[in-house]
Design a protein around this ligand. Structure first.
Ligand code: FRU
Length: 915
């Protein structure tokens, strides 16, 4: 419908436009007129009448060119009109012969040619129109003969020689004169049709003795010129003149006759009107006569008046017609404007009708489609809600499954850790060793480990999918790190006769690695290498440090079955299973490895030609890592500390090799898994004083015991590990205790939570007991180092960055309280603890923990230090100093001072002043 209405509008507009075009695009015919010249009135009158006629005919465009009475100019003009391809050519030739060729050219080129007034030679033109010049001459002669019976002499003043009127008029005149008895043409003068050209010749002629009675001049202008000369001579009454043309108006022949200047004039019509009529006929393809002769009459005193009146009337009519024409033109213009306005109005009306119709139709259509859309929309909304509901159900069920799966995997980890740790203990027992059960135990151990690795891989895969990994890169000696993993596979290599090597061109090179992740990468690559390498084959690790580049490359090469060319690009894809791999595999090991390497911003490539080669490229330095990805870890655990002494792979720490510390530190383990709790207690009890809590009473126990170190699980029945840690770290009494969070949660969020809670270390299950053990040692050692520092820099504690805020405030408060009570011998530890709002025991333990000193000794030391300074600098007596520094008696002061500085206060002062 829309298209149809548009089509209608267009069609209607087109029709109207076509109408307009027809009206406006009337063919205009070009009519060219090569006029002899514009100078004289006869030509002017002729031009005027032609222009008026052309104006009546709106499809004629008349162009009149001035030949300036020159043959050359006229030839040029005609040539120009030929080139313009005029539809009709009108020529009034200056002379006959020289103009004939150019007129013939026009005619032969197909342009209809009208010859007017003067003739050309031959008949190569369409039609001729003009007065009968022979008759003009003849009539003039006949008139003379009719009025003169006596012997009379005549002077003939001829027109331009070579022009047909001059020739014909003369011929007609002379033919009749010759037939008379009394009339004689006694002389003739040639002219160029204008009076100035004859005056001199006439004067000369009149000087002679020839008597002239009549003058026949070929036109009225020549006739007037002759009269003027006669008048000069006073002969104007003696000679009678006959002219030709008979124009109305001033100096026209009619007036000259009326004035008595001319005896008569022969009417020679210009034929302007008639010429234009012939033009119209030619343009309308009407047949025209070749020769169109215009009538001539004699005008003399008898009819001059009538003629003049006639002409005046005609002129008046002419003016009327012109004004009528103008009015018609104006009306036509108004009509044309009105017609155009009407058309526009019609178009608009039609368009608005169409558009109105269309808008009603579209309104209906829109309503209809809106209704349909609403129905559809409702359907879609229902469907969308259904989909949303299904998606939510799927999501919930999926989440439940995944959570179940993840939870289950986590659940597996603790029992597996226990199994592994128990086997470790079992392997040492005599029963196993002597009962030759070692291989069975080894089998259980290896398979448990394998199971654990698989679970870890699955959990890692999920963590990668969730983008939850956060890199914890620590500066690591790459060779040492590689050597430790290398050792894990050495035994298998030995058993299967595989040549297994580790090479490194820079053994001291340290790179930033997430040891946990990189350990998995190494393990994966080496497991694969060993899996696909036949017995007696070759597996190698080669570390290449190119000092020129920013990378270190680690090559893992084997002489195994290799990877088919077309599959090589898939090896890092998840769940990819090589076509030549018949062994069971999860298909995620290499995928995880690549992800881990990429977490390090490194790259892993694979090549396969006579075996397989994986090349890991890692950045040197730490510029490529974000600050939060960098952690501090002690150097790679050395073999001398962690001894792998079992027959099978085991990284469990061997307790017997530990140096036992003289003093037993206390450890509080908070763990709800009783087995693990028991296991850890068993493992640590020889070295530490172990306290345990299953979670419910964790905080109470920690406050009561104030242990030297705290190990805390996360998932606990009451408060979770993070909360417990946070509470204890914010309590002055326990804030100094190094805390290890031990958990199966190894995702980024939990790690961050752990750090936020203030934990000093975050270990994920299954943990290596060796690492846990070493971590405990390191934390205690660091605490010891700090303590040493505090003791030696007690006065610098304030504002020290290494000091925990709590400890800093604690020591500052203690110092201030002691200073304030320096001269108070009764100021006791109890009073101090009370002022600090903690118990005496807690104060004692806190001091011991952070400064390693007994609080009573600490107070005493401050008193003695101050006394020493006073001995050196003050004028006070020893007794006065004793009281000022809080000693109850001078004797007690002396004894105590002596026991610390090995000299009595008195002697110290004398010696000091002597120096
Ligand atoms: C005008 C004129 C007329 C004459 C005619 C002859 O130019 O001289 O006076 O009758 O030409 O062609």
């Amino acid at each position: 419908m829309k298209l149809l209405s548009l089509k209608l509008v267009v069609l209607f507009s087109l029709l109207i436009c076509i109408g307009c075009t027809n009206e406006n695009q009337k063919t205009v015919n070009k009519v060219g007129f090569s006029q002899t010249g514009f100078a004289d009135d006869w030509r002017k009158a002729m031009n005027q009448s032609m222009l008026i006629q052309a104006a009546f005919n709106s499809n004629i465009e008349l162009n009149i060119l001035d030949g300036e009475d020159s043959v050359e100019k006229q030839i040029k003009d005609i040539d120009k009109l030929i080139k313009e391809k005029v539809d009709v050519l009108i020529v009034s030739p200056v002379k006959s012969k020289p103009i004939t060729p150019i007129v013939e050219k026009a005619y032969k080129s197909g342009i209809p040619v009208l010859v007017v007034d003067r003739k050309i030679e031959g008949a190569n033109y369409t039609a001729y129109i003009g007065g009968d010049n022979y008759q003009v001459g003849a009539d003039a002669a006949s008139y003379l003969a009719s009025v003169e019976n006596n012997e009379s002499n005549i002077l003939e003043i001829k027109g331009l020689a070579g022009s047909s009127p001059a020739l014909e008029r003369s011929l007609g005149f002379n033919n009749i004169i010759n037939k008379t008895q009394n009339l004689n043409v006694v002389a003739s003068i040639n002219s160029n049709w204008e009076s100035y050209s004859i005056k001199d010749s006439l004067r000369d002629l009149l000087k002679g003795n020839k008597h002239i009675n009549y003058i026949f001049a070929h036109n009225d202008r020549l006739a007037l010129g002759a009269w003027e000369v006669l008048k000069e001579k006073g002969l104007q009454e003696n000679v009678k003149i006959i002219g030709v043309d008979g124009l109305p108006g001033p100096n026209g022949g009619i007036q000259l006759v009326q004035q008595g200047i001319l005896m008569a004039t022969m009417l020679y019509p210009t034929g302007g009107d008639e010429t234009m009529k012939l033009v119209s006929m030619i343009l309308n393809n009407e047949k025209v006569s070749k020769n169109n002769v215009l009538k001539t009459i004699v005008i003399d005193s008898r009819n001059a008046e009538i003629m003049k009146n006639q002409y005046d009337k005609i002129a008046q009519h002419q003016l009327d017609i012109e004004s009528q024409q103008e009015r018609i033109n104006r009306q036509e213009q108004t009509y044309s404007t009105q017609r155009n306005v009407l058309r526009v109005v019609l178009i608009l009306l039609f368009t608005s009708i169409i558009l109105g119709g269309y808008s009603i139709y579209s309104g209906y259509k829109i309503k209809k489609s809106k209704r349909e859309l609403e129905i559809q929309n409702n359907k879609i909304t229902v469907q969308r809600n259904q989909i949303k509901k299904i998606a939510e159900e799927v999501k919930t069920s999926n989440e439940a499954k995944v959570n179940f799966f993840t939870g289950l995997s986590h659940e597996f980890k603790t029992p597996l850790t226990l199994i592994l740790s128990s086997i470790d203990s079992l392997s040492d027992s005599k029963v196993v060793k002597e009962g030759k059960m070692q291989s069975e135990v080894g089998l259980i151990f290896n398979n448990s480990k394998r199971l654990l690795r698989l679970i870890n891989q699955l959990l890692d895969f999920r963590k990668i999918e969730d983008r939850k990994f956060i890199l914890k890169a620590s500066e690591t000696n790459l060779f040492e790190f590689s050597r430790i993993v290398f050792k894990d596979f050495e035994r298998e290599a030995q058993k299967r006769g595989i040549k297994f090597s580790l090479e490194c061109n820079n053994e001291s090179l340290k790179v930033f690695l997430d040891r946990n992740l990189m350990d998995k990468v190494y393990f994966n690559l080496l497991s694969n290498a060993f899996k696909f390498t036949p017995d007696n084959g070759r597996v190698s690790i080669k570390i290449e440090d190119d000092s020129e580049s920013n990378f270190v490359k680690i090559h893992f090469k084997d002489s195994g079955i290799g990877i088919p060319d077309n599959e090589i690009k898939n090896v890092f894809k998840a769940f990819y299973h090589g076509s030549n791999n018949s062994q069971p595999s999860s298909g995620i090991g290499l995928h995880i490895s690549k992800e881990f390497i990429e977490l390090h911003k490194g790259d892993i490539e694979v090549f396969s030609k006579h075996g397989t080669e994986f090349i890991i490229s890692l950045y040197k330095g730490k510029a490529h890592l974000n600050p939060e990805e960098i952690v501090f870890e002690p150097d790679v655990i050395d073999d001398s500390i962690l001894k792998f002494e079992n027959d099978y792979e085991d990284d469990t720490f061997n307790q017997q090799n530990l140096e036992s510390s003289e003093e037993h530190y206390s450890i509080l383990i908070i763990e709800d898994n009783r087995d693990l709790l028991k296991y850890l207690k068993e493992k640590l009890k020889s070295e530490y004083k172990v306290y345990t809590s299953e979670g419910n009473d964790a905080i109470e126990k920690a406050l009561e015991i104030v242990p030297d170190i705290l190990i805390c699980d996360v998932n606990l029945p009451d408060k979770n590990g993070f909360e417990i840690c946070k509470i204890l770290k914010q309590d002055l009494r326990t804030s100094h205790i190094p805390t290890i969070i031990l958990t199966a949660l190894n995702d980024k969020d939990s790690y961050i939570k752990g750090l936020q809670s203030g934990a000093d270390l975050y270990l994920t299950k299954p943990f290596s007991f060796g690492i846990l053990f070493q971590s405990i040692k390191t934390l205690l050692f660091n605490r010891e180092k700090l303590r040493y520092y505090y003791v030696n820099n007690m006065h610098k504690i304030e504002g020290d960055q290494n000091f925990g805020l709590f400890e800093q405030n604690f020591i500052t408060s203690i110092n201030k309280l002691i200073e304030d009570n320096l001269d108070n011998s009764k100021f006791s530890v109890e009073q101090l603890a009370e002022a600090l709002n903690i118990s005496r025991v807690q104060l004692y333990r806190k001091m011991k923990a952070i400064l390693g000193v007994n609080i009573s000794d600490y107070i005493m030391n401050i008193r003695l230090d101050r006394a020493k300074v006073l001995l050196e600098t003050s004028p006070l007596t020893v007794s006065e100093i004793a009281y000022a520094t809080g000693f109850s008696t001078p004797n007690y002061f002396s004894t105590t001072f002596k026991s610390k500085y090995n000299v009595s206060p008195k002697t110290y002062r004398t010696d000091y002043l002597k120096d």
